[in-house]
Structures are given as C-alpha cells and as structure tokens.
Design a protein around this ligand. Structure first.
Ligand SMILES: *[C@@H]1O[C@H](CO)[C@@H](O)[C@H](O)[C@H]1NC(C)=O
Ligand SMILES: *[C@@H]1O[C@H](CO)[C@@H](O)[C@H](O)[C@H]1NC(C)=O
Ligand SMILES: *[C@@H]1O[C@H](CO)[C@@H](O)[C@H](O)[C@H]1NC(C)=O
Ligand SMILES: *[C@@H]1O[C@H](CO)[C@@H](O)[C@H](O)[C@H]1NC(C)=O
Ligand SMILES: [Zn+2]
Length: 373
C-alpha cells in the first residue's frame, strides 16, 4: 500500500468581500532562525503575542535553518519588527496587506455572480452543485456518495471515479482537511475534471480508470471550509465547541488514532494543532475512519493534499522509524517528483513526514497507513 501526502506549491491566494474578520494591513513575515537562541526567541515571542503560524503550522515545529512564515496583526507589526531586529533575525515580508490579497481571490467582487470554475476557488454551495452535476453528466464514470455529516450537519460528499464495477482496487484522495488550504479542494475538483475529460484520449488515465477506482473527498473539513468563506479566511481547524474553553475547533489532522496526542500535537483547545478530546472525537474524523475501515480490503493507496510548499511526503509522521515499505514509498515518491519536474519544472522535496518537516501524531495518513499494513 502507498500512502502519500502532497503539499501543493501555491501560496495562499485569497478572496473575500463580506468576511467578518478583516485583515487590513496584516502582514506575513518569513524568517530563518540561524541558531538555538533565535529559535527560542521566536518561541518566546509567540507566547508573548498572538502570531498565526502558516509554516510550519505551529510554534512547536520551529527548528534551526528552516523557513518560518507567520502572520501578524497591524497593531503588533511594529513591535514584532523591532523584536526581530533586536534579535538580529533577517526577515522578508511576504505580504504587506493580507486583506488586499484576499480580495483578489474574490475577483474584485465579480465572483459571487459567477458559476463554478476550475480555475477559481469555489465556495461550498458551488462545490455541492458541482458534485451533483459531474455525477449526473458522467453516469458511467462518476457517482456521488454521502459519507456522513459534519458536526454542523453538512453532508460530506465523496465522488467515486472510475469505470470499474464491483469491488476493485481503490485509491482514496482526501482534500481540504485544513480549512484554509483552499488549493487542496481546488485540486480534487481539477482531478475529477481531468479524469472525466481525458478518459479515452490519455492512455495513462484511461488505463487507470479501467483498472481501479478513485474515491475523491473534495472537502473533508466542510464546516471549517465554510467558515473560511464567511468569517475568517485563515481558519484551519473544524468548528466544534470545546468544553471548558472559549476556543473553537480541533485540528482534524491530529485527531486520528495513530499515536494520538503523543508528539507534534497539542492538548490545548486554543492551539492550532489541538488534537481533540480523544481519537476520532470529531464527527468528520469518525466518518472518514469508518469509511476507510469498511473499505480496507480494496483501498490500496491514500493521498492527502495540503498547502503550501513543494513537498511529497509519506509515513511516518509520529516517529522517525521508517515504514515497513519505506524503500518502495521512496521510489514512488522519487518517480513522482521527477515526473513533476519534467512537466512543470517544480522542485519537490520528498521523504518521510517526520524527517522532512516535523513530528506530528494523529494524522490521517499515518492512521490509514497503519491500518493498511
Ligand atoms: C545566533 O545568530 C545570530 C545571527 O546570525 C547571531 O547574531 C547570534 O550571535 C547567534 N547566537 C549564538 C548564541 O550563536
Ligand atoms: C470539531 O471538533 C469538535 C470537538 O473538538 C467536535 O465535537 C465537532 O463535532 C467537530 N466538528 C465540528 C464541525 O465542530
Ligand atoms: C457551539 O456553541 C454555540 C454557542 O453556545 C452554539 O451556538 C453552536 O451551535 C455550537 N456549535 C456546535 C457545532 O455545537
Ligand atoms: C531544489 O531544492 C533543493 C532543496 O531545497 C535545492 O538544494 C536544489 O538546489 C533545488 N534545485 C533546483 C533545480 O532548484
Ligand atoms: Zn494542512
């Protein structure tokens, strides 16, 4: 079995007109800490003021020599700048005014009158209508399944794509576990379009669709995704209430039963990588896990799509131990990265999650991979 997590290489490209939370003059800084002193300084700074870490996704994951991108509100920007300079951290400002970037993603307001588009971001209503339409227009190739409901009661739609009838090999593709990573659901939609449009013309695609099925979950964290459209473009977690805390949401990608709550996760509800009260405490996690358990005999691969970076990673995330099929995974990853480079000139880094970025427990990928062995 092959389990891969793919980080797509697009920096956020926003879009929003009526969002409640605005990001006027909010900034995103990039720094590369050069030594332990600078790493510690960033950790202290993050405990001192509110910083939203884009990459890595939590202050816990900051290490020497890697890029750290974080968002700062307008009223803290000068203070943070002063601190960076005092501590001799070289910085780059990736965004000077996030709100402007967000509005660009909404096409200057034209968006809301327009139809679903494969080259723009689509809100949840458009995606729902699209799942229905693409299944109706391709009855021999695509069918829509409701996998379950989110905690706010929205349907979790899954598309089965392929020419194969009966129980044949399946690759599961999961998009949108982190709400704000919009390019991920956009990719899943694009994939289904490519599959249906190129079947019968493209040899590889035809062979794939003749011999196996793809289960494509275009938006896993639906409630969070809706929230990024209506209230806060940079929401990551789901939208569940947490008892004994005013903070909302669990990081679904820390909520699976794979060394749950051990490393690279937080048990604090306010944290962006909060792991929830127990494995599968979140309905979204439970629905997906149930589906995988029910189809374990046919699922041969699991791919989870995130942004942003150019990374292609495979298990494990929760330990530096190598997966039993490490050599095969590494070979597949190299093949994919080389192929991508040939076509798009990209430069993806590949390797096990723990080594390539950081330790993280409770991820969907580790869970699926351990179930698969
Ligand atoms: C850490 O790096 C900064 C910037 O290069 C330097 O000014 C500082 O002296 C270094 N600190 C230590 C403890 O090496
Ligand atoms: C999100 O997580 C909470 C608890 O962490 C859970 O109860 C809820 O059902 C999940 N989903 C949503 C949308 O809140
Ligand atoms: C969370 O709590 C708020 C306020 O009590 C309530 O309005 C909302 O429906 C709750 N959300 C969920 C998903 O239970
Ligand atoms: C690709 O990335 C690696 C690691 O970041 C770097 O060492 C290498 O020079 C890059 N190659 C190209 C062709 O950009
Ligand atoms: Zn993510």
């Amino acid at each position: 079995m092959k389990f891969i997590v793919l980080f797509l290489g697009l920096l956020v490209r926003p879009q929003a007109v009526s969002l409640t939370r605005r990001f006027e003059s909010e900034k995103v800084f990039r720094v590369v800490p050069q030594n332990e002193t600078q790493v510690n300084f960033l950790k202290v700074l993050a405990s001192d003021v509110q910083l939203d870490f884009w990459h890595p996704d939590s202050v816990h994951h900051i290490v020497i020599g890697t890029e750290v991108d974080f968002q700062v509100s307008l009223h803290l920007a000068n203070y943070v700048l002063m601190k960076l300079e005092q501590n001799e951290l070289q910085y780059e400002v990736l965004f000077h005014n996030l709100q402007e970037q967000i509005e660009k993603q909404f096409d200057g307001g034209n968006y809301f009158r327009k139809m679903h588009s494969y080259t723009k971001y689509n809100d949840w209503e458009k995606i729902v209508a699209w799942t229905e339409r693409i299944a109706r227009n391709n009855p021999k190739m695509v069918s829509r399944i409701e996998m379950g409901k989110t905690s706010e009661g929205r349907p979790m739609y899954l598309l089965k794509v392929g020419k194969v009838t009966g129980q044949k090999k399946v690759i599961f593709m999961e998009c949108g576990i982190h709400a704000r990573e919009w390019i991920s659901p956009a990719f899943c939609q694009w994939f289904v379009k490519q599959a249906t449009h190129t079947y019968g013309e493209d040899k590889v695609m035809t062979k794939l669709l003749d011999s196996m099925n793809f289960y494509v979950l275009p938006v896993f964290n639906v409630d969070g995704y809706v929230w990024t459209w209506t209230n806060n473009r940079f929401w990551r977690k789901n939208r569940s209430n947490n008892s004994n805390s005013d903070c909302i949401g669990t990081d679904l990608n820390r909520n699976f039963k794979a060394a749950w709550s051990t490393v690279g996760a937080s048990d604090k509800p306010c944290n962006e990588i909060y792991c929830g009260t127990s494995p599968e405490s979140e309905p979204e996690t439970k629905e997906l896990a149930n589906f995988i358990r029910d189809h374990l005999d046919v699922i041969k691969g699991y791919i989870s799509f995130h942004s942003y970076s150019q990374l292609l990673m495979f298990p494990y995330g929760y330990t530096y131990k190598l997966a039993p099929n490490h050599d095969e995974l590494n070979k597949v990853a190299k093949g994919a990265v080389d192929a991508l480079a040939t076509v798009y000139g990209t430069n993806y880094t590949y390797g096990p999650i723990a080594e390539t970025i950081y330790l993280s427990s409770g991820s969907s990928l580790d869970w699926a991979s351990r179930r698969g062995h």
